[in-house]
Design a protein around this ligand. Structure first.
Ligand code: 4AD
Ligand code: MG
Length: 479
């Protein structure tokens, strides 16, 4: 018999029809005459209840069926009286596809800590929390492509291995085929990268932007959506060494157009989640509320779905970095030295505690900060007339801090060249980027949205390690 996925099975009303379901046992409970098995196949957060009559043959089978076992069940679709669902399956025949020894299977039908589940990342898809997150991740990938496709943006694959180390966005992972125990050396004792695979030093990319710009300066509107790598040793709940980034790049866009697009994208994908991931969001909302019961009332976060609607409701606040510094300097937290990093004045790099203060305490809305000091931003950002600031924009979200970073790009060949020299960026790795400013240069802009930070926000999870299936962080490469 052809298998029916539980997601579609639960929507059927053709009671009396013979069906086959396959999946993994979540729970089993037996009474005198019947046993109930909750089966899940990941197609939905919901389980289907399998009703098994107790008889000699089934009794023997049931002894071998425990949480985690994989079953194939032929049965009859039946209207359900009590399981909280409209249908259940009256089992006719059970095949055990794979047993799970209860003495060894780590996932028992009880609440496990997220830390414990991180150590069981090979099995954590089998929990409601992690399958819900995986389905939401999928929906968001789809939503992102929809958003851009609907607006005539072209998706460009930018390289993962790069020969340029110019962006300065973070420490890079080196890529080599050389024998690390016997590195070819030049006469001066330095490593001879000419002998390496590419004939030069290579790294994993920190961003697809620079190549994205090349495409935008021919195709107008493009976006990349790829993995990026940063070897910073930052063990925080918001940093990964391998994460996914969405990076649109648009010719003829100024910073305002750029901010409008980023705000539209964020609102579009949040609305998409509300429209397409309702059950998973409701589950995660309940989970978060349970988790926060121990917190004081005023420290609890807003209910998840309410929070998502809240972000959709109003325009994001837009202000300059300089204005934000004023707000922060005048804040009680700064005056009473309650921030971990006290803001001493203009020029300070904002930490996530400052970003969250602006969003959660002061403006109580997502915030877009613009026109940061040039000294704390990347070389490619368009320089303002004041000679001090650049046309940067960061979008700050509640609980997350920075979710988007972007800018208008410097289109002037001379200004860019001076900057590159100032910062000692090796020209030989950047000539191609500069040439786009020599031939048909135009104003253009772009930004990067951290995909996992977006999923963090959407799921209400508090650690970024829980919103990517196999997180890469310092000293963590098990799965
Ligand atoms: O602000 P970032 O470093 O900007 C860039 O890489 C630009 N090239 C983007 C562009 O203009 N095309 O990173 C962009 C976003 C951040 O706002 C954050 O959401 C996310 O990427 N991000 C990280 N997410 C997880 N782990 C990390 N280590 C991250 N670093 C940045
Ligand atoms: Mg940034």
């Amino acid at each position: 018999m052809k298998r029916t996925e539980i997601r579609s099975l639960l929507e059927r009303t053709d009671y009396g029809t013979a069906v086959n379901v396959k999946g993994w046992v979540r729970t089993k409970r037996s009474s005198k005459n019947v046993a109930f098995i909750a089966l899940n196949d990941g197609s939905t957060i919901k389980n289907v209840q399998i009703v098994v009559e107790m008889n000699e043959e089934n009794d023997k089978l049931l002894e071998r069926i425990h949480t985690g076992a994989a079953l194939s069940i032929d049965g009859v679709l039946t209207e359900s009286m009590g399981s909280g669902q409209s249908v259940e399956v009256q089992s006719k025949s059970i095949e055990i596809l794979g047993e799970a020894n209860p003495d060894e299977y780590p996932l028992q039908p009880k609440k496990h800590s997220l830390e414990f589940l991180r150590e069981k990342a090979h099995l954590r898809f089998r929990t409601n929390t992690f399958s819900a997150i995986a389905r939401i991740r999928h929906a968001m990938i789809f939503a992102v492509h929809n958003f851009f496709n609907d607006r005539n943006f072209y998706n460009i694959h930018t390289p993962i291995i790069t020969g340029s180390d110019a962006e300065g966005a973070g420490e890079m992972f080196q890529v080599t085929t050389m024998n690390l125990e016997n590195l070819p050396k030049k006469e001066d004792g330095s490593i001879d990268f000419e002998k390496d695979f590419f004939g030069k030093a290579a790294n994993l990319t920190v961003s697809g932007q620079l190549e994205g710009e090349l495409a935008a300066l021919a195709m107008s509107n493009i976006y990349t959506f790829g993995p990026t790598f940063r070897a910073e040793n930052s063990n925080t709940s918001r940093h990964l060494a391998e994460f996914w980034m969405i990076e649109p790049e648009m010719a003829f866009y100024d910073l305002n157009d750029n901010m409008d697009l980023a705000e539209d994208l964020l609102k579009y994908v949040i609305q998409y989640a509300l429209d397409h991931c309702r059950e998973d969001l409701e589950f995660l909302s309940k989970r978060q509320q349970d988790e926060e019961k121990t917190k004081k009332e005023d420290e609890r976060s807003m209910e998840l779905i309410k929070k998502l609607n809240f972000v959709l409701a109003e325009p994001f606040v837009r202000l300059t970095y300089t204005e934000a510094i004023d707000v922060l300097m005048n804040s009680k937290l700064n005056k009473k030295k309650k921030f971990q990093y006290i803001i001493e004045g203009w020029g300070a790099d904002l930490q996530s505690e400052h970003e969250r203060y602006l969003v959660e305490k002061h403006f109580k809305r997502p915030v877009i900060l613009t026109d940061y000091p040039a000294s704390i931003k990347a070389f490619y950002m368009k320089q303002n007339e004041d000679g001090k600031t650049v046309r940067a924009m960061d979008i700050l979200f509640p609980q997350i801090g920075e979710i988007v970073g972007g800018s208008q790009r410097e289109e002037s060949y001379n200004k860019l060249l001076i900057k590159i020299k100032e910062l000692d960026i090796p020209m030989e790795s950047m000539w191609w980027y500069l040439e786009t400013r020599k031939f048909g240069s135009v104003p253009h802009s772009g930004f990067g949205l951290g995909f996992e930070r977006l999923i963090l926000f959407l799921t209400g999870m508090s650690n970024i390690r829980d919103v990517i299936p196999f997180p890469r962080t310092p000293l963590n490469l098990e799965f």
